[in-house]
Ligand binder design. Structure first.
Ligand code: MF3
Ligand code: CO
Ligand code: CO
Length: 258
């Protein structure tokens, strides 16, 4: 992946990414009111799959990955200490005070819209809300760095500065990624790094930024299911993700809400 070349998308392709991206945002808007104490992550998954099919789209996560261990659900639901790639389950019931990241990727007309948000279940504690708010700010500060000529390291630096100055840490094991008619491709976008380092942005680059920010250590552990990544210390983790395009003079968020 590191040596793969970065593809620049045509305006026709970016228009398709915009349609897939708005569908992804609309799906999160559709699921948001379901996020309440008592709902299972499986119910969120099933509604996401039903809605996606009704829109003529395909859930990219379902069956994604290796033949030996394909992802078994249509969305990722990552609750509390789960960093990412949580697997929806009928026995996992949301409780008041939880946080849950819902990560969706519908494929529309062959192009992927990849976006996630962390939602409050009922009323989390103030320090938990703070983690979630800082994580969303990290995403928007990172997006603000993107324009032709700026570099991949500027994104990581902006995220790391904001997270760490608030006493939080940045997950290293998972990165943002190029996305198009391919789910995960070059470039890799780390959420930590140094200003002025890394690849320069060019118009037509399309990739995700998806910072995962932890209360305690940044270190992750993979559960036996081969997908669920949790914090090594069991403290909370939050995440927000947008798919973005580098434009002639800045950046466009392709997964923004209507
Ligand atoms: N949507 C995730 C991302 O942001 C990828 C999920 S892959 C899955 O890249 F197989 F876990 F669903
Ligand atoms: Co992604
Ligand atoms: Co995603």
């Amino acid at each position: 992946m590191a040596t793969e070349r970065v593809t620049l998308l045509s305006s026709r392709e970016i228009e398709k990414m915009r349609k897939a991206g708005s569908l992804a945002a609309e799906l999160l808007d559709h699921l948001a009111p379901m996020v309440k104490p008592g709902v299972s992550t499986q119910e969120l998954n099933d509604e996401a799959e039903r809605w996606t099919q009704a829109k003529g789209a395909i859930s990219a996560p379902l069956g994604y990955g290796s033949k030996k261990n394909p992802f078994p659900r249509s969305i990722c639901t990552s609750v509390n200490e789960v960093i990412c790639h949580g697997v929806p389950n009928a026995k996992e019931i949301l409780m008041d005070g939880d946080i849950i990241n819902i990560d969706v990727t519908p494929i529309l007309d062959s192009y992927h819209g990849d976006t996630s948000r962390t939602f409050f279940v009922g009323e989390p504690a103030p320090e938990v809300k703070k983690l979630v708010e800082v994580t969303e700010e990290c995403l928007y500060r990172a997006i603000a760095e993107v324009k032709p000529g700026a570099r991949v390291g500027d994104i990581g630096a902006a995220i790391q500065e904001h997270a760490e100055s608030n006493g939080f840490s940045v997950v290293r094991d998972f990165v943002g990624h190029g996305v198009s008619n391919v789910f995960h491709t070059a470039p890799q976008i780390p959420h930590y790094g140094r200003r002025g380092k890394g690849k320069r942005f060019k118009p037509g680059m399309v990739f995700t930024i998806e910072p995962m920010i932890n209360q305690g250590t940044w270190e992750a552990i993979m559960l036996d299911d081969g997908w669920t990544a949790v914090t090594a210390d069991g403290l909370l983790s939050a995440q927000f993700e947008h798919t973005i395009a580098v434009t002639a003079d800045g950046v466009e968020i392709l997964t923004k809400r209507a």
